[in-house]
Every structure is written in structure tokens, then in C-alpha cells.
Design a protein around this ligand. Structure first.
Ligand code: TYD
Ligand code: MG
Length: 459
């Protein structure tokens, strides 16, 4: 017989405690502890996937690393270029990937799209939608053709494994992990112990059969459902699907990857008929306009491993009501204040009585300091009402002394600007090591100080 025991779990981070606590000592959230009945499995318990089929325990002995046989890993092509890149070149057999995101961001849409496009036998298990609803969604994505996609509306892991054994799919998708229920544990679906247990069972299945598993997990702020945070250390790869629900762009970001780099990024656009891959993101981030406007500049940033050109818009106007306002969208407000102070103190611009608004086009958040120079130029362009040529772009960090500092990966920023038809790029003089201006068609303009750049731009 299994022993039953009551444990309290923080529903936000999974912290375990023997008694109820008001505030979680681990994640500092209030009121997140919930009593859960954890059944400690005893030796006789059938706890695993396929444990019924017996099979003696394989004793494992330590092996020398050279002696471990290693086949060249065969990745499965998901037929989705952005996802392949984010995963590090395709789906690794036996890997468990968690796709986390807020409700309504498009996780189910992405997963169904993968299920429909991949050239393998896929089982899509949904605990949230009925088969009819999934079929309706699939019909909207008419451009895809499913070779072998099976749908199962089920929440019990034991039932799922029974079907899996019959069907033997090449890829298993579970939407979402919070709806799963394992009868090995008595807690409610969505509680920390259930989510952990179900994930552990799925991981075991993935490792033993080398079948890749995709898990969808919701993030909730209130901790009503166990957050996928609990699972991050269990799975091989964590992909964060983010974006603004009101804007159509979605970003798929790796936060953990045992089989690739975590600096990759995938960009999608939510269309009426599913998610469209955006393979040239710079195009969507630079608005088409017929005349040059003051206050608009282009910054060459790098997101992950990808160079991106982003339009920065600034509006500077005299503050009408006393204290000037400073507001920024997609850019750190404190950094904007710092740059304004540099412009005032080091370059002599009078910004103290001006409202300053800053906006990154396309609803994108930028943290790369290399766009500092583009931000400063946009602000001064708006202040002075002089437009900056739309054939110019910028890539340099601005220091507190008003000096331009070198940025990483300057070569790829220059190459991307050239590819998109820019004629000149303003960079820091100190970052020119290894850059041969003769190799590029784009004119590279190295400067040491902000004031020199403004002298060149605005005369
Ligand atoms: P969904 O994949 O259900 O989100 P999640 O699984 O992350 O909760 O998608 C949510 C939104 O996407 C929904 O509000 C409608 C929109 N959508 C489209 O705009 N186009 C489409 O083709 C589909 C299927 C959904
Ligand atoms: Mg969903």
C-alpha cells in the first residue's frame, strides 16, 4: 500500500513545505500554498509508462567517455524554418520540449501547424479542446496538408499511453500539461504534484522510445494553475512564446536548450489562417513611408544571433504642463533618461523643458545597447526638426561621457544593413578592429563622439 501524506506546494514555483505558509520563501509570492495529497509510491506501485510490461532492470555501470557509442543525431525536420532554428536545427529524437506562454498567444495554433506539416506520424493530444474544435482550427489553416496527424481529446496519462502504444507515433504533442491527470497521484489536475508527475511520465516515455514530445504550458500570473516554472529543470528545452495579444507579431525564444544555443529567436505573424513565418524580420520593422520625417531613425540591433533593423520614432515637444514627460515603448525608460542627460550635459541640447516620447516600431522590446546612437539621433532629429536620411542607420553604444562605444557583432550588423539597401552606417571608431570598409558597398562612418555624429548629420 502506498502511504498518503499531505504536503503544501507553492503553486507558483513548486516550493514544498510540510505546513501552510502565507508567503513563499522561494519566490516571495503571497497566498500560493495549496494542500496536496501526495501519494508516495511504494515499490509495488505501477508508476511508469509501460511498467506493466515488466522488463528486468538494466544495471548501469560507469563507462569511459570515449567508449560511449554515439550515433550522429538525426533531427526531425519540423517543416517550420523558424522552429527548426530555435531548436538548434530540428527536433531531437527523445527530447522533451516545453512551449510556455500566456493564454491566447497562439501555442495551440503553432503546435497544430507543426502537427499538420511535419512528414511523420503525429499524435496531438488535447485536454482543452474537443476533436471538432481542433478540426475547425485545422480547416482554417488550409494551406497545410496533413499526411498522418491523429487527434486525441484525453487528459488521463494512463489512457494516453494506451493509445500511444497502439498508434506508436513519431511525435507526440500534449496541449496542455496543466490539463493532464495521472491516477498515480491524488491531487487535482493542474496542481504542482500532478503537473510534475505527468511530465515525469512523459519524459520517461520520450527517453525510452526516442519519441520527441512537445508540451504546452500556460503561464499565469496569479498562480492558480501550476506555472511551467516547476518544469523548467525537468525538460530538455524550454521555448517561450511571447508577444502582445493586440499586435500580430509573435516571438519564439529559447530559454533553455540542451541541444542548441539559447540565443536563437523565431518570429511569426498571426494571420487569419494561422501563423506565418517571418524570415526577414527587418522588413516588417521598418515602415514604408513616402517622405522623410524628423525624429525617425533606424538602429541595427542583434536579437539572439540575428541582426535586425528596427525603426525608432521619437517626438520631442515643449512641455505644456510643468514637469516634462518622458515615455518610452519597447525601450528601457531609465536608459532613455540617461541618454537625455548625456545629450544635455555633453552635447549642449536643451531638453530639460521638453516632453520626450520614444517608440520602437512593431511593438518589439529592445535591450541591445547598440541602438543608443539611433535613439539619440532620433531625439535630436525631432528636437531640431531635421530629418535623417532613410538610407542611414546606426549601431553604437553611447557612454556617459558622450563617447561612442564599440558593439558586438558589428560585421553582421553592417552586412544586414547593406543587404537591406542602406547606404551608410554610423558606428563607433573604437569598434573597427577587423572591419575592412573596402569589403562593403555600404559607407561605414566611424566616429568617436556623439557631437561628431550630429555635426555630420545635422551640420
Ligand atoms: P491559440 O493557439 O488558441 O492560443 P493558446 O493556445 O496559446 O491559448 O490562439 C489564440 C488566438 O489566435 C485566438 O485569439 C485567435 C487567434 N488566431 C488567429 O488569429 N488566426 C488563426 O488562424 C488561429 C487558429 C487563431
Ligand atoms: Mg491553447
Amino acid at each position: 500500500m502506498a502511504k498518503t501524506k499531505t504536503i503544501y506546494f507553492c503553486q507558483n514555483c513548486g516550493y514544498e513545505s510540510a505546513k501552510w505558509l502565507g508567503k513563499c520563501p522561494s519566490c516571495a509570492m503571497w497566498n500560493t500554498f495549496v494542500e496536496e495529497l501526495a501519494k508516495r509510491p511504494s515499490a509495488s506501485d505501477k508508476n511508469d509508462w509501460r511498467s506493466t510490461s515488466g522488463g528486468g532492470k538494466r544495471a548501469s555501470a560507469p563507462k569511459k567517455i570515449e567508449e560511449i557509442a554515439h550515433e550522429k543525431e538525426q533531427r526531425i525536420n519540423s517543416k517550420n524554418g523558424e522552429l527548426n532554428r530555435v531548436l538548434g536545427g530540428g527536433i531531437v529524437p527523445g527530447s522533451v520540449v516545453l512551449i510556455a506562454g500566456e493564454p491566447g498567444i497562439g501555442k495551440s495554433t503553432l503546435m497544430l501547424q507543426i502537427a499538420l506539416s511535419v512528414n511523420h506520424k503525429v499524435l496531438y493530444v488535447s485536454g482543452e479542446e474537443s476533436e471538432q474544435q481542433i478540426k475547425m482550427r485545422a480547416d482554417r489553416m488550409s494551406q497545410l496538408h496533413a499526411a498522418e496527424c491523429y487527434i486525441l481529446a484525453e487528459t488521463s496519462t494512463q489512457e494516453i499511453f494506451q493509445q500511444v502504444e497502439k498508434l506508436n507515433p513519431d511525435l507526440l504533442i500534449v496541449d496542455s500539461v496543466q490539463t493532464l491527470y495521472s491516477s498515480n497521484i491524488e491531487s487535482a489536475a493542474g496542481s504542482v504534484s500532478q503537473v510534475k508527475q505527468c511530465t515525469a511520465e512523459l519524459i520517461k516515455y520520450a527517453k525510452e522510445t526516442a519519441t520527441p514530445v512537445f508540451l504546452v504550458g500556460h503561464i499565469t500570473k496569479e498562480g492558480a494553475i501550476a506555472g511551467p516554472k516547476v518544469l523548467e529543470h525537468m525538460v530538455d528545452t524550454v521555448l517561450q512564446f511571447e508577444g502582445d495579444r493586440h499586435l500580430t507579431y509573435r516571438i519564439l525564444r529559447t530559454t533553455k536548450n540542451r541541444f542548441g544555443s539559447t540565443s536563437e529567436l523565431g518570429i511569426y505573424e498571426m494571420m487569419g489562417n494561422g501563423l506565418r513565418e517571418v524570415s526577414n524580420p527587418s522588413e516588417i520593422l521598418i515602415s514604408q513611408k513616402d517622405s522623410e520625417l524628423s525624429g525617425v531613425t533606424i538602429g541595427a540591433t542583434v536579437e539572439g544571433n540575428r541582426p535586425l533593423l528596427i525603426e525608432i520614432q521619437s517626438l520631442v515637444s515643449t512641455a505644456a504642463y510643468g514637469t516634462p514627460q518622458r515615455s518610452s515603448t519597447g525601450y528601457d525608460a531609465r536608459r532613455l533618461n540617461m541618454l537625455l542627460a548625456v545629450l544635455e550635459k555633453r552635447c549642449g541640447f536643451r531638453l530639460g523643458l521638453q516632453d520626450v516620447f520614444l517608440n520602437m516600431a512593431g511593438g518589439i522590446k529592445v535591450e541591445d545597447p547598440a541602438i543608443d546612437l539611433a535613439v539619440c539621433s532620433a531625439v535630436i532629429s525631432s528636437l531640431e526638426e531635421i530629418s535623417v536620411s532613410d538610407k542611414a542607420c546606426f549601431a553604437a553604444e553611447v557612454g556617459l561621457g558622450g563617447e561612442l562605444r564599440a558593439v558586438n557583432r558589428l560585421d553582421s550588423r553592417i552586412a544586414e544593413s547593406e543587404k537591406l539597401g542602406f547606404k551608410e552606417i554610423y558606428v563607433s571608431k573604437f569598434g573597427m578592429k577587423g572591419i575592412e570598409p573596402g569589403n562593403y558597398k555600404i559607407a561605414i562612418k566611424p566616429f568617436a563622439r556623439l557631437t561628431d555624429v550630429f555635426g555630420d548629420l545635422f551640420g
